[in-house]
Ligand binder design. Structure first.
Ligand SMILES: Cc1cc2nc3c(=O)[nH]c(=O)nc-3n(C[C@H](O)[C@H](O)[C@H](O)COP(=O)(O)OP(=O)(O)OC[C@H]3O[C@@H](n4cnc5c(N)ncnc54)[C@H](O)[C@@H]3O)c2cc1C
Length: 371
């Protein structure tokens, strides 16, 4: 018997077994499944060859723009590249991520594969790369404050690097209630409310804050909020003038108005405007340290999720790392004296460079105690 015909004969049973889908794990074909996401069903179609997940496609869904949609965009490729369901979910978009993962797992099961084996945690390969950059401004945090700061600086001709630890821009603004104080704005005036003033607003907020507000911060807010709203409207942010002013117990004058499309649309507009600027946006990149020279902040160190480390020299650094609204443990802590420790993960660096704080213990916590 020639060697060729012997191996040909041996190949035959192997091919037959593969076709039945038992050797490599999958019965080739295309399978569908759907699991509930944040805003409704998330349908998923998965195509398998004998030994691979060839493609994952998420169908029409209503997941939140900018957050859930980040999972819809990023997770399929991540699963296919790793051939694993143990890949990182999109932090902040857990419900959408779980819906996609669950649907893929169901398709694996339908195809005769072992989904539990695929769940083994997958660690993406890390790179060993160190980059040194120099820029005019580093913005730390890509929430509304950081995006607005970056847009503004970039539109004025500065070179800007924006660091955001999450996979998406938006922070709390991507999920917030969607109404905004518009005292002193053109929109408020155009809607017939001309009697409002910064001092009326300051009075209302002082009353609401039991006279314990930080006066310099409050004054700055009351004097500038109208101009800020006008700026945002010029950038394309839309106020819902049809809905008009929303009632808020703490404001005696009509000055609070919803965004068209709520906060998700507000955040999306800022993302789109930011994308028109030359800002160097680095997602999944966490600022880890402020660099100081003779007591002045002169740059930032950061680390990306893929392992790349950055040392960025900057003429100015804007800290826009926000709060801790998603952290239930911190929200429910009774001991406000601990607040200084829990502000944001970047907080320890504020203290290290001796930043000054005021009235930290008076911060309103949501949900409020007792609610
Ligand atoms: C549920 C909810 C409802 C709300 N409703 C309203 C409302 O109706 N009207 C209103 O005016 N306000 C509302 N707010 C408040 C408002 O959303 C926030 O005050 C505002 O969005 C804060 O924006 P920010 O950019 O300062 O901070 P954040 O949105 O917290 O953004 C900070 C960003 O910094 C990033 N970051 C943190 N640490 C690092 C690091 N080390 N390196 C890199 N990036 C980092 C975070 O990932 C985040 O994206 C609400 C808030 C919540 C939580």
């Amino acid at each position: 018997m020639s060697r060729k015909s012997a191996s040909a004969r041996m190949l035959l049973p192997l091919v037959l077994v593969c076709a039945a889908g038992t050797v490599f794990g999958y019965t080739p074909g295309t399978y569908t499944s759907s699991f509930p996401g944040q805003n409704g069903p998330v349908p998923v179609t998965v195509t398998f060859s004998q030994d691979r997940i060839e493609s994952v496609v998420v169908g029409e869904n209503k997941e939140t723009i900018g957050i859930g949609q980040t999972a819809v965009k990023n997770l399929p490729d991540r699963i296919v590249a790793a051939q694993s369901l143990g890949v990182d979910m999109v932090s902040g978009a857990t419900v959408s991520s779980v819906a996609i993962m669950s649907a893929v797992a169901d398709c694996v099961k339908q195809a005769g594969g072992d989904a539990t084996k695929l769940m083994k945690p997958y660690k993406a390969p890390q790179v060993v790369k160190h980059e040194k950059l120099a820029t005019d401004l580093v913005v730390i945090g890509g929430g509304a404050a950081g995006m607005i700061g970056a847009i503004n600086a970039s539109q004025q001709g500065l070179n800007v690097v924006l660091l955001e630890k999450q996979e998406f821009l938006g922070g709390a603004s991507a999920i917030c209630g969607g109404i905004v104080v518009a005292q002193g704005s053109e929109a408020q005036c155009n809607m017939g409310e001309k009697s409002d003033t910064p001092s009326k607003m300051a009075y209302d907020l002082l009353h609401n804050g039991h006279q314990r507000n930080d006066l310099s911060g409050l004054t700055f807010y009351a004097l500038n909020v109208g101009k800020s709203i006008d700026w945002a409207v010029k950038q394309g942010v839309q106020l819902d003038t049809k809905a008009g002013f929303a009632f808020r117990a703490e404001h005696k004058t009509p000055r609070v108005i919803p965004f068209v499309g709520g906060c998700p649309q507000y955040a999306q507009t800022l993302r789109e405007v930011l994308a028109t600027t030359k800002t160097d946006v680095k997602l999944t990149t966490r600022a880890t340290k402020l660099i100081t020279t003779d007591g002045a902040v002169t740059g930032v160190e950061a680390k990306a999720k893929d392992g790349t480390t950055y040392e960025i020299a900057a003429k100015a650094v804007l800290l826009a790392t926000g709060g801790y609204g998603w952290n239930k443990e911190m929200l429910f802590r009774k001991s406000y004296s601990k607040l200084l420790d829990v502000f944001s993960d970047f907080f320890p660096h504020f203290t290290r460079v001796r930043a000054a704080f005021s009235k930290v213990g008076c911060i309103q916590l949501k949900p409020l105690e007792g609610q």
